[in-house]
Design a protein around this ligand. Structure first.
Ligand SMILES: Nc1ncnc2c1ncn2[C@@H]1O[C@H](COP(=O)(O)OP(=O)(O)OP(=O)(O)O)[C@@H](O)[C@H]1O
Ligand SMILES: [Mg+2]
Length: 253
């Protein structure tokens, strides 16, 4: 089967600095893959390349067999900051991705689709709140609803929970797993946090320091829900990751 995402021998320089040397990896359809690595190693850049937000320099990227410039409509982004429009209510923000991508879709259809996703993320009663009235976690859930309303095959998430308090972060991790399970959607989730990666991922792609290489790819075929700091098999995986980061000379990522 064709992978959802294929990076083949990607090399990239930005501002005269080598970001990647020669990066190859693939994400299978329906997989939940975390990209983990030190700050500045090029995790966000990898998502930008997938989403055609940055031109390719060397190598090949295929999204379901197509180049990124022909496949951006299969993809939705969720960023670290929710990026809501402050003058629009929550529902209108959740419909905004559809408005940009499908301007000819009737407004009531866009809002119906957005409303369904707002209900799925538990905000069905907050549709008409303005962003200023929402908590950080609620704002991020609106941005998740905005992405899901596009019904993308592939969801790219760039440290989506790192700006939230620890309890909210834990709840949203579970929520995103619940939304993903059985959906058939492919998720690429960037994180600094190895425990988050171990909790979420089917596989973890570990990037090295710049110029980035793939340091390792770890499969985590452990049933969910997971208890990362309790389960012995996961603790063993965690120790492998710690050893990898020691190799990279990173005391802490
Ligand atoms: N437009 C640009 N011009 C020059 N350098 C850039 C540009 N965009 C990114 N970089 C550099 O590329 C490197 C990779 O950036 P990227 O944002 O992908 O890192 P990251 O792994 O996501 O880091 P973090 O974990 O801190 O978010 C960084 O060193 C960054 O300074
Ligand atoms: Mg980043």
């Amino acid at each position: 089967m064709q992978p959802a995402i294929r990076f083949d021998r990607i090399g990239l320089d930005l501002g005269g600095v080598a970001i990647y040397d020669d990066i190859s990896f693939a994400v299978e359809k329906g997989e939940f893959v975390c990209l983990l690595g030190p700050s500045g190693c090029g995790k966000s850049t990898a998502l930008r390349l997938m989403g055609d937000l940055l031109p390719l320099q060397r190598g090949t990227i295929e999204i379901s067999g197509l180049p990124p410039e022909r496949s951006w409509d299969q993809i939705a982004f969720i960023f670290q900051q929710p990026r809501l429009l402050p003058w629009r209510d929550a529902l209108s923000n959740a419909a905004f991705g559809l408005e940009l991508r499908h301007p000819s879709m009737p407004k009531n259809e866009r809002e119906d689709r957005a409303r369904r996703q707002m209900e799925r993320v538990g905000l069905g009663r907050d549709l008409h709140k303005m962003p200023v009235m929402l908590s950080g976690g609620e704002k991020q859930r609106v941005s998740i609803a905005r992405a899901l309303a596009l019904d993308p095959d592939i969801i790219l998430m760039d440290e989506p929970f790192s700006a939230l308090d620890p309890n909210t972060r834990v709840r949203l991790r579970d929520q995103i797993l619940e939304l993903w399970t059985g959906s058939g959607k492919t998720v690429v989730f960037v994180t600094h946090d190895m425990d988050e990666a171990l909790y979420l991922a089917d596989r973890i792609v570990v990037f090295s320091n710049k110029p980035g290489r793939i340091q390792a790819v770890l499969g985590v075929d452990h049933p969910r829900p997971r208890e990362v700091l309790v389960d012995r098999a996961l603790l063993a995986r965690r120790n492998e990751l710690i050893a990898l980061f020691d190799e990279l000379g990173e005391a802490k990522i």
